[in-house]
Design a protein around this ligand. Structure first.
Ligand code: GUE
Length: 281
């Protein structure tokens, strides 16, 4: 038996199509395009590639985008000051501050200088709280994308044991909270977890979100379970040992073409939503 492959490219394309239509409606109504500002600190080549991908996709959908680059030796205050000016700028509807930032920058303080109304990447404490309490607000993009993938394949987390491997503030922790809101029984695993393989073997849904290539081994996967690989590592390899996992899982996301495309689609969808809400819609 082999798994149904969850086609993130296709689900993302559907969301992008809807987003493009809403962006065109917005422009017709208000005479300007919804606008995304990106902020990148330093010169990590992978981060530059991701930010470029996001900006290109925004433009191809009919959004405006402006890219801001700061030097690698910028301080927390330098970055926060830029983010506050974007938060106050009426020409900007959504703000994405690329993670990771250089070590001298306090990422939490920078994220929390984003106006929650423009937090289309769902990284502020306010957005996290709203998400964790099941209130409306922007979800962190990758977790939001994962829930959309489950919905799209009619995989209902209710009553299922969801095991999240990873507890980062914009991926592992929020995806676990979203699964909890969807009535899963959630276990968080991390670098200090003992007997990780035994816990994963019990999972009906596994979300791998640590950034360690093939950390989750194929023979840990319970037959028929759902495997979501949210790991991004150099060389387009995920956190799951795909070939063997795909033999056992019921549903599995590939890398590339699974979670990654959803992240960008949710970001742009939330940007158009922010633009509409800022107009009182
Ligand atoms: N504040 C912040 N928000 C983020 O959402 C954020 C971030 N920082 N830092 C880096 C990670 C990484 N990330 C990805 C987005 C798209 C793909 C993606 O589309 N990947 C394609 C492959 C693209 C390729 O060809 O390399 C795929 O999986 O099919 C991957 C990874 C967003 N991140």
């Amino acid at each position: 038996m082999s798994a149904t492959i969850i086609d993130g490219q296709r689900v993302a394309a559907d969301l992008l199509r809807k987003t493009g239509t809403l962006a065109a409606d917005y422009e017709r109504a208000y005479g300007r395009k919804p606008s995304l500002a990106t902020v990148l600190v330093g010169d990590d080549p992978a981060s530059h590639t991701y930010v470029r991908m996001k900006a290109n996709r925004a433009r191809s959908l009919g959004l405006a985008s402006q890219a801001h680059y700061l030097r690698a030796d910028s301080s927390t205050e330098d970055v926060s000051e830029l983010v506050r000016s974007l938060s106050d700028d009426d020409a900007v509807d959504g703000i994405l501050v690329q993670h990771p930032m250089p070590p001298q920058v306090d990422e939490r303080r920078v994220f929390d200088s984003i106006s929650p109304a423009k937090d289309v990447d769902g990284v502020t404490s306010a957005s996290f709280a709203a998400m964790a309490l099941g209130e409306s607000g922007f979800s962190s993009c990758t977790p939001g994308g994962i829930i959309r993938l489950l919905d799209s394949y009619k995989i209902d987390p209710t009553g299922k044991h969801a095991v999240v491997v990873g507890r980062s503030p914009i991926l592992g922790k929020p995806v676990g909270m979203l699964l909890l809101t969807r009535n899963a029984t959630v276990t968080f695993c991390h670098s200090k977890t003992r007997d990780l393989d035994q816990i994963v073997r019990e999972a009906d849904i596994v979300v791998a979100a640590v950034g360690r290539p093939e950390l989750v081994q194929g023979d840990w996967i319970k037959p028929g379970s759902t495997v979501i690989d949210a790991g991004y590592n150099a060389g387009n390899v995920g956190d799951v040992e795909y070939p063997t996992a795909a033999q056992r899982a019921g549903f599995i996301t590939p890398v590339p073409g699974g979670v990654g495309p959803m992240t960008i689609a949710v970001l742009l969808s939330q940007t158009v939503e922010a633009a509409l809400r800022l107009r009182g819609e």
